[in-house]
Each structure stands twice: as C-alpha cells, then as structure tokens.
Ligand binder design. Sequence first.
Ligand code: R5P
Length: 300
Amino acid sequence: MKPLLFTLFSDGSLLENISKKLDTNITPITLHQFPDEETYIKIDADLKNQDCVIFDSLDRPNNKLLPLIFLAETLRDLGARQVGLVAPYLSYMRQDKRFHPGEGITSKYFSNLLSNYFNWLITVDPHLHRVKSLTEIYSIPTTVVHAIDNISNWIKRHVDKPLLIGPDIESKQWVEQIANNIQVPCLILEKIRYSDHEVEISAPEIERYKTYTPILVDDIISTAKTMIETVKQLKKLNTQPPICIGIHAIFAANAYDELFKAGVSDIVTCNTIFHPSNKIDLADVILNELKHYLKWKEIP
Ligand code: R5P
C-alpha cells in the first residue's frame, strides 16, 4: 500500500518533488479555526492500517506545534499504522543546556513532546553541537539526512576556484567535509555572539587566496548577522564579493535583504524551508531514508 502524505504548513519544491517521486498526492486536511482560535480538524480518507507521513518544516515552530500534534493524533485515532514526521528543519536545537541559572533546556522539552506523538522522525542537518546525536534527546527512531553532497555538487557546478569559509567553529563540521569532497581550501573563523543581533567575527587570513571566490557556508541563516559580519570582514580585505550558502533559510524579519545589501554576489540555500533563495534540492536524499521507514518497495 502506498504511504499517505500530509502537510499542514508546507509548500515549495521539496514537498512537490517528494510527492512526485512517491507518486502520491498530498491527502487533503480540513482545518478550521473557530472564533475563539481553537482548531477543528477533519480527514476524509481511509486511514486503516495506512503508513502516514507528515511533512512540515519546524521553523517558526510555536504556532505549528498544536495543529501538528492534533493531526498526528487524528491519524492514529482513525486507524493509521504509523505516523512519521519529515521535518526538514528541526527547531529548538540550540538551547541544549542551561547556559545561565534558571533557564529551561527547551531542546529537551521539545524532543520529549515530538517523541510522544510520532513513530519516527527524519530531518536534515539539525544543529548538533553539544548534543552529538538526536538519540540523546529523542526516544523515537530518528534519521539525520545530510546536505553536504548536494551542496558540494552545487559549488562544483557553479563556482570557479572556491574558497570555503565557515564563520564559526560550529560550521566546521559542514565546511571541512564539503572542502574535502571537492578538494578546495577552507578557513574556519571565530565568532562571539553578544546578543540575538550582535555578533563579532574574526578576520580571515586570506592573503594567499586573493584570486579565489569566497563561499560562506553555515547551517542556519536566521538574523543573518553571522553572515553579514563575515562579509564585512571580507570587504575590508578587498576580496571578490562572496556567495553565501545556508542549509536552512530561516531569514528572520529583513535578514534576506540586509544580507544582499551587505554586498554578496548570491545567496543560495537548500530547500528545507521554502524561500526564494532555495537552489539546492534535497528530495533524493530524504527519499532514500523514507524508504527505510516505509518499507515500500516501489519507491524509486
Ligand atoms: C549557530 O551557531 C548557527 O550555526 C548559525 O551560525 C546561527 O544560527 C546563525 O544565526 P544568525 O543568522 O542569526 O546570525
């Protein structure tokens, strides 16, 4: 039996490509918001013994969470055999410890919540730093899909003489692997974050790479301050205008325009969060993992 695919909030090329390759239409959901802002949900499909996949990126998560849980519960209530979550962007990964007395460790609370409602989870390059693996915080089977090969291929096809630059130590895991894949040099900088919007980036030692095209690579672009401060450092050194590559295109408020204004030649992201900068498709790598959970032999 073919799996059933659902979404509450998603649009864009990744969902479209996955549904095409699964040869499955997205099953419609009736959602209604009552005047008191409670949610009504109804699914007109036979769910008995069905494998159900909910596809929704969890950027801007707070308003998504309750409808998501209601959907998972409704599917299970109506007879679904399994309800899996494909969340190409997984939020609440950064507050993974108590940095100051009194703080909540929200990454743990969030993972406990999702673990209660889903049979399994697939995501793309979550922000793993102090937590080394999702298995440390999720009690359901989880699979992490990596964007590294797709990013490497994009760079190989589009850029001459790339110099990869990681703006902070956390980006090292992606930058070094991409550089190694395509055999190009890379530099990892140091970042101090003073507040949400205040970031300081160390100056890159770029002297021997003057003729290269700088490519900044990071997992998340949110306020874009990390990228913008790195671009400012490069400008002082008169490099070519850099290309910025992010896996997850959050772009809070005006971040996208501000990053362009900082003087970049292009902004490229993977399609984990629907955004005009999406140029790297991850449908194939996600489908590869989906196969294991669905055990459906006809997935190409
Ligand atoms: C954190 O270390 C992440 O890897 C990113 O560098 C960070 O989330 C980027 O945030 P922003 O765009 O707000 O500077």
